[in-house]
Structures are given as structure tokens and as C-alpha cells.
Design a protein around this ligand. Structure first.
Ligand SMILES: C[S@@+](CC[C@H](N)C(=O)[O-])C[C@H]1O[C@@H](n2cnc3c(N)ncnc32)[C@H](O)[C@@H]1O
Length: 232
């Protein structure tokens, strides 16, 4: 067991704020800012969203880490306000330093479940929610997950877009059991009950930093109001 694994093993709940704070003991642990794999994954999401014609006034990024994807979003949509949250206050502190030059970004150390529960009236044109659902879903019953997803979907304005990238069957990691394809298929199906699916695209990309090739999917969904919902 490595020192890092021992440290993480002492954190109790492996999906808690403490767990994620311990992941960020060193800066950019994955590394989101410098890895071509991660940068390509972010770029693909932004390109798909742009192809859909979304010109967001307000963007929400859930699980923004130290702000690598946030920076791209702030540059891709300079006229938008980008609200970015992460459960790890340590990650958010670094994101604040990394994104200091970007006046259109607002960063918050928050669990997305609290954010969604406490800001019922805040709405977004675009929600980016990548590589986070499996940590959350691991803590929730199916009923609670559905309720959370309903609240999240309600945060999209009419024609708003939710974009997600999710690794599938991550090899040899804490995430292996929580990223299994049947689970990911269940999350996808649940979201399809709430929002209109637009893309489900698969990518196999090599990450030189780990020497592995990973499969991930990018999903996009649109919120299309029913007629009787309009104006609510
Ligand atoms: C694997 S990283 C993904 C980072 C980035 N979104 C990406 O796609 O590369 C997961 C991030 O989600 C954050 N996270 C996990 N659970 C969360 C929650 N309940 N609310 C907010 N952020 C959470 C973690 O702290 C971590 O920064």
C-alpha cells in the first residue's frame, strides 16, 4: 500500500469532503491542467455544447476541482457567469488562485447536494457535471438519487443543456466498482426520464501519465419544457 493509499484509507467515508480534501494534498493530483487526456475531454464537451448552439448567460460546473475545465469554460463563454462548485475546500482554494484573472467566474466550496437543495430558484443555461455522479450515487438510495436528479434538472432553463463526461469501467482504482457500465447505464436511463437525450458518445483515449487507455462517454441532454410547465 502506498503512503497516499494509507492516508486515504484513514479518511473514513471515501466519498466525504475529508476524502476529497486528502486527494488534493498535492496540487493538481490527476493532473487536470497539464494532461492532454484531460484537456481533450474538456474541449470535447465544450465543442459539443457549442454545436448545440448554446450561448449561456449562466453556467454551473459541478465538481470543478482546481478549475482546469472552469478556465476553458470561462474562455469559451466570456459573456457568461460561470458558477463552479466543489466539495473540497482545498481544491476551491487552489481554483481561486488559478482563476484569479477571470472576473466571470464565481467559486464555492459546496457539496452539490446542498447547493441543489438550498438554491431552488437559481437557474442555468448550461450545467457541466463531469466525473462526479458515481461518487454521489454511491451515497444515495435510488429514490434519493432520483429526487436529486429531478432537482438538478429543474435548475436548467428552457432549452438549457446538461453535459457530462463519465469514465466507464475505470481499471484498478477506488472507482472501479462505482464506474461499472451497468451502473452508468442506469444513471443514463434515469436522466433520460427527466431530460431529452441528445448525445451519447464514446471515446477511448490514452493517458500517458498513468500509462493506461480509458473509455469514457460524453452525454448531453436538453431541458424541453412540457407545454403545461411553461411560465412556471
Ligand atoms: C474525478 S474529479 C473530476 C474533476 C473534473 N470535473 C473533471 O471532469 O476532470 C471529481 C471532483 O468532484 C468533486 N466532488 C465529489 N463529490 C462531490 C459533491 N458531492 N459535490 C461537489 N463536488 C464533488 C471532488 O472533490 C473532485 O474535485
Amino acid at each position: 500500500m502506498t503512503a497516499r493509499e494509507k492516508r486515504l484509507g484513514m479518511c473514513g467515508d471515501r466519498r466525504s469532503k475529508e476524502h476529497f480534501d486528502s486527494e488534493y494534498e498535492e496540487p493538481d493530483p490527476w493532473p487536470f491542467f497539464t494532461s492532454p487526456y484531460e484537456q481533450t475531454k474538456y474541449r470535447r464537451q465544450i465543442e459539443l455544447v457549442k454545436e448545440l448552439g448554446v450561448k449561456p448567460a449562466k453556467v454551473l460546473e459541478i465538481g470543478c476541482a482546481e478549475g482546469a475545465h472552469t478556465k476553458m469554460l470561462a474562455e469559451a463563454f466570456p459573456d457568461s457567469v460561470v458558477v463552479a462548485i466543489d466539495v473540497s475546500s482545498r481544491a476551491i482554494e487552489r481554483a481561486r488562485q488559478n482563476l484569479a484573472p477571470y472576473a466571470n467566474v464565481s467559486l464555492h466550496g459546496l457539496d452539490v447536494m446542498d447547493f441543489v437543495g438550498t438554491t431552488p430558484d437559481e437557474e442555468f443555461d448550461l450545467i457541466i457535471w463531469s466525473e462526479v455522479i458515481y461518487y454521489l450515487a454511491d451515497r444515495l438510495t435510488p429514490r434519493d438519487l432520483l429526487q436529486f436528479l429531478e432537482r438538478l434538472a429543474a435548475k436548467l432553463r428552457n432549452d438549457g443543456v446538461l453535459c457530462m463526461a463519465n469514465i466507464i469501467n475505470q481499471p484498478d482504482a477506488d472507482e472501479t466498482p462505482i464506474t461499472r457500465k451497468p451502473l452508468m447505464d442506469c444513471y443514463y436511463s434515469l436522466i433520460c426520464c427527466l431530460l431529452e437525450p441528445v448525445h451519447r458518445l464514446s471515446y477511448f483515449d490514452h493517458k500517458p501519465e498513468s500509462g493506461r487507455t480509458y473509455l469514457y462517454e460524453v452525454w448531453t441532454f436538453r431541458r424541453a419544457f412540457q407545454d403545461d410547465e411553461r411560465g412556471k
